[in-house]
Design a protein around this ligand. Structure first.
Ligand SMILES: [Zn+2]
Length: 333
């Protein structure tokens, strides 16, 4: 599976830094399930009102439930927050939702474009994490929708670490932006959205407390990672992140430099780091070799993912990764 991805996307992968290098991709079968709901709804007139796009609702004013605006999120953690703010009746479609695929190598299909065309609110990460979204937005211009870009909401520019949702400051801003957008397109439920925004903000408190507690205990501790996904969180925890150039190479699906590989190996073999954060979702042969080296050297490994695993929430996902990190750092040096 990985080999096929590399063959397909070695050129596209550079899009992590430069969108101009992207090329039209062959359709990727693993993407299909995430895109299904809104397409199915549009093609099946008998489907229940709440699942139908709001375009249809406008033609049938008597169906109150169908008036909820539909949301398309490029990444499922933003879709999750949209659902938490919008409530259970809000139709949300997330395009990237499988922790088994590498988001840095994703290319959109026509089904993705169809989902976007029906959305009243679109949210994506930006800062070149999902350059395919910019193309799709342009291709479906004229649609009656609001587009939210997480990077813009927190004033980040292309070139920064794109994994913004690991920055504890980002999700409150995204949630607030979503609540505003929902209230604008669906003013009848503005009070509900505001109430859920407050509940969401309050629900982040245990996570914020955990970050403070871990920072107090572990600030200054050296760690390393195979890919930069956890970078902002490591920074919030005051950890010293090593081997960042190696991580960028893995993110961009290029081979790390020999000197960077050697430095990484020395860190693991010499046990100069207290944990290896391993991103199972954006990896490669060299990163996998570092995983084996860490295990051989008894450096604790903490698994992290780009995409929110199924059946959890953003809050629980982050808390689980912090718990795993805490356990790793609490072991004997
Ligand atoms: Zn990544």
């Amino acid at each position: 599976m990985r080999t096929a991805s590399i063959l397909l996307a070695s050129a596209v992968a550079l899009g992590g830094i430069n969108p101009a290098s992207g090329q039209p991709a062959t359709e990727r079968p693993s993407v299909a399930p995430a895109e299904r709901p809104s397409v199915v709804a549009a093609e099946r007139p008998s489907v229940v009102a709440a699942e139908r796009p709001s375009v249809v609702a406008a033609e049938r004013p008597s169906v109150v439930a169908a008036e909820r605006p539909s949301v398309v999120a490029a990444e499922n953690f933003y879709g999750d927050v949209a659902r938490q703010i919008g409530g259970p009746e809000l139709p949300v479609t997330s395009i990237l939702s499988s922790p088994d695929q590498d988001p840095h190598l994703f290319e959109a299909s026509p089904a993705t474009a169809r989902a976007l065309a029906h959305a009243r609110i679109v949210i994506y990460n930006g800062v070149d994490y999902d350059p395919w979204m910019t193309k799709l937005i342009r291709a479906t211009q004229g649609a009656d929708r609001r587009v939210l870009v997480a990077g813009d909401l927190v004033h980040r520019q292309t070139g920064v670490n794109p994994h913004l949702w690991y920055d504890p400051a980002v999700m409150p801003a995204v949630a607030s932006g979503l609540a505003d957008a929902l209230a604008a397109v669906d003013p009848a439920h503005a009070a509900d959205y505001q109430q859920r925004l407050q509940a969401f903000t309050a629900s982040l408190k245990p996570l914020e407390d955990k970050i403070v507690a871990l920072r107090t205990r572990f600030a200054g501790t050296p760690v390393t990672a195979t890919e930069p996904v956890f970078g902002y969180m490591a920074n919030a925890l005051g950890l010293v992140m090593r081997n960042e150039r190696f991580q960028l190479a893995v993110m961009n699906d290029t081979e790390p430099r020999a000197s960077d590989i050697a430095a990484f190996e020395a860190d693991l073999k010499g046990r100069r780091v207290r944990a290896l954060l391993y991103n199972s979702q954006a990896t490669g042969p060299t990163a996998q070799r570092m995983l084996l080296l860490a295990k051989a050297a008894h450096v604790p490994v903490v698994g992290v993912t780009e995409t929110e695993p199924a059946g959890t929430t953003y809050q629980a996902w982050m808390a689980a990764e912090l718990d795993a990190l805490e356990a790793a750092l609490s072991g004997p040096p």
